[in-house]
Design a protein around this ligand. Sequence first.
Ligand code: SF4
Length: 469
Amino acid sequence: MYVFTKEVDTEKTFVPEAEIWELLEKTKNPDRKRVLEILDKSLNKNRLEPEEVATLLNVEDPELLEEIFHAARTLKERIYGNRIVLFAPLYIGNDCVNDCVYCGFRTSNKEVYRKTLTFEELRNEVRALVSKGHKRLIVVYGEHPRYSPEFIAETIRIIYETKVGNGEIRRVNVNAAPQTVEGYKIIKEAGIGTFQIFQETYHQPTYKKLHPRGPKSNYAWRLYGLDRAMIAGIDDVGIGALFGLFNWKFEVMGLIYHTIHLEERFGVGPHTISFPRIEPAVGSEISYNPPHKVSDEDFKKLVAIIRLAVPYTGMILTAREPAQLRREVLKMGVSQIDGGSSIGIGSYSQDDPEKVRKSQFILGDNRSLEEVIQDLLKEGYIPSFCTACYRMGRTGEHFMEFAIPGFVKRFCTPNALFTLREYLNDYATEETKRLGYELIQKELERVNNRELVEKYLERIDRGERDVRF
Ligand code: SF4
């Protein structure tokens, strides 16, 4: 019944297209009482059903829409507090055998420069990232036989081994092609965090049209890619859709059905949900003119609805989006953002005038990590580089944050403060230090177990690193 080999059942899906259209039709013009009931259900930490999500997607009334935004902000504050986890994307190579029409890396694109980092270049990239203060990466690979599971595992090992002064990468998440169960096991051995696969579009006819060649043209192989990861023992998986390829309401419904499928089959939903909007890519006509362009207003709405629909999941907002929009959308329930991102292959360690031609798309937010951190501090967020749960064997951390009362106060906030203190002491300018120390002082007023937290902070000030609860 499930799809594990590339040869069989390319049409298989748990995303019921007809049912989705029916639900979206049936729930048009929702009444206020019903919408408020649904928001209430979500605020009580329940995952929403497809019919409920469709109802929220159909809200147009500005006042009701404000209720949705308000509920998303409340849910975020209530469950996750004011931490924002920071990471950086690291592109390892852009060779690709697929031909996805919206992507700069596609095999038929002659305008992109092909490049795969040598292991020495990889070390240089990691050194550059660590020297800025990064602790968490998402590593990205095209789909190509040279990026075998063994190669991916080796690059991850190199990343963990590469240290500079007090700094090191403590968690590597992976965004790569769907693997076989055996392949995932090899990659897992290297000690990865989350394995991400984005379905791009959940709408099969559109998927077929946009993925004309290569292994990615098999919808089901990709759709069940994270099932195989789970079977291989990778508990943290990330799903996502590329918004702009098809009707955005349909894609949100696809993400919900994917979530439900993982819950039903494995007893645990996705660790993270991503919702990138398509951005211009060198040599891709469609990327400049997406067929279903999502407006900023709809984007905010979809982020808020995903937050409410799956209250336990982490939500990732990337530097594809411009800084101002990122500031606004953060409030809707985002838990992770990237900072100081550079996606031209090899461009962290070297200024490269051709970096755009080595990139998958063009970034919207080019602020440095320090600028992003300053901004977060000014807005009252705690920038966090915490990787504690993953390293203490507490996987499924978003689920714990969500499910265990007091977990955020007991673990996440102190750990966020410890990693912020490390950052301030090792990498920050005087201005950032001032803002950061002030925020830590303010947060100390409300942490549990203040004495112990202060002791740990003193240990960091004395030079100890990687202290955590
Ligand atoms: S303590 Fe765990 S759940 Fe909380 S931020 Fe750190 S890693 Fe995430």
